[in-house]
Design a binder for this molecule. Structure first.
Ligand SMILES: [Ca+2]
Ligand SMILES: [Ca+2]
Ligand SMILES: [Ca+2]
Length: 373
């Protein structure tokens, strides 16, 4: 895709706001549906809402899109050649943080977008001064681990014993308090992607890294994608494991929910027959992580284990709790029991994305209900 092509599609999106007629028909004036536009990219990967300032940010894999709450496009950050996944707004600095992968280069970042400065369509991620990146060494170590010890790292494929914990990179990100403290200082939690592979037992956990981004100014650098830098913290502040059974590419969307005090995890269903393969999991935010064995590893290994909430569906064979909800294209908790979940798909000209308003019900199997006019 050229910038000219992207700009042409963007111009179409700008010229047809009639598709996104304002629908401030939900509670608190919240629209029941917000359109994120149509873009010449892969599908929508994440959505985050700045309710105070009235903006919505959308990850479209190769592009960050900024709209207002009515779906009018304010600006875009383009030219990403890697994979921009889930995103979240950091309330402390007003910037948007997202997972950004370059698997062939074995480079994994949190991209940091200065979203206040995003004011026009077609801004460039490398040259317009609106994005920095912080490299995560820990992810590289697990992604590149030669687990079968044959001296060869098999690269970006699910069909291998390599990649520690089955790590395929990173996707779900969210700010929130440390696990077990529902009101502490905000941390950035980063969830691994995990390859789908039914032939191994060491890939049945979601893996979440914890970072304190208040020290990240020393690591932040602009990103030159042809010469990816390695500036970042050597280690995370914490590493945690949630036993869900293997899923297809791990936590797609991770979101701390102030309303329930829990961590929401939307996934693409797993396919191992011995697991229930739920689409949605909720980590108990009030439970202190337990030190225990990380089940299924080739050599016995211990770590800090998270607890799934005692609610929803329960698989009798494994004891795993889960729920039935989508949310894997984007999930934003507004903090008061309301949420936006993104959906999208191919249309002429690329991919379209939109977000629908939901409210928490806690019901089984689906704990949200859609808010309609
Ligand atoms: Ca190997
Ligand atoms: Ca994703
Ligand atoms: Ca998120």
């Amino acid at each position: 895709m050229t910038f000219a092509a992207a700009a042409a599609v963007a111009a179409v999106a700008l010229a047809t706001p009639a598709l996104a007629a304002p629908q401030q028909d939900g509670p608190g004036g919240l629209p029941t549906t917000i359109h994120g536009g149509t873009w010449p990219t892969s599908h929508v990967q994440g959505v985050t809402v700045d309710r105070e300032r009235g903006f919505v940010y959308w990850s479209f894999t190769q592009m960050l899109v900024k709209t207002d709450l009515e779906g009018n496009v304010v600006g875009t950050v383009e030219g990403l050649t890697g994979h921009l996944g889930d995103i979240d707004l950091n309330a402390a600095d007003g910037r948007v943080y997202g997972s950004l992968e370059y698997k062939a280069e074995e480079a994994f970042y949190i991209a940091v977008f200065d979203v206040d400065a995003v004011d026009r369509v077609g801004m460039n991620a490398e040259t317009d001064g609106v994005m920095t990146a912080v490299h995560l060494d820990e992810v590289v170590e697990d992604f590149t681990a030669d687990m079968d010890g044959d001296g060869v790292f098999d690269g970006d494929t699910a069909d291998t014993a390599d990649h520690r914990y089955g790590c395929s990179g990173i996707d779900g990100v969210s700010f929130g308090p440390s696990f077990g403290r529902q009101h502490g200082p905000q941390r950035l939690m980063v969830a691994y992607g995990v390859y789908s592979n039914t032939e191994r037992t060491d890939n049945d956990h979601q893996v979440i890294l914890e970072y304190d981004v208040r020290t990240w100014h020393r690591y932040e650098r602009p990103l030159s994608q042809s010469d990816p830098h390695r500036s970042g913290p050597r280690r995370p502040a914490g590493k945690f494991f949630a036993y869900t059974g293997n899923t297809t590419y791990g936590v797609q969307n991770l979101e701390y929910d102030e309303h329930t005090g829990n961590w929401l995890m939307a996934v693409y269903d797993g396919v191992k027959p011995q697991f229930p393969n739920y689409s949605f999991f909720i980590v108990d935010g009030s439970a202190r992580p337990r030190f225990g064995e990380i089940a299924g590893q080739p050599e016995r290994e211990y770590g800090r284990l998270l607890s799934l909430v005692d609610g929803g569906l329960r698989d009798p064979a494994t004891g795993i709790r889960g729920w039935d909800f989508h949310g894997n294209y984007g999930l934003a908790a507004l903090g008061d029991g309301y949420y936006y979940a993104a959906e999208g798909g191919p249309v002429p000209g690329g991919q379209e994305g939109e977000a629908h308003l939901y409210r928490w019900t806690g019901a089984t199997p689906t704990p949200f209900e859609r808010v309609t006019r």
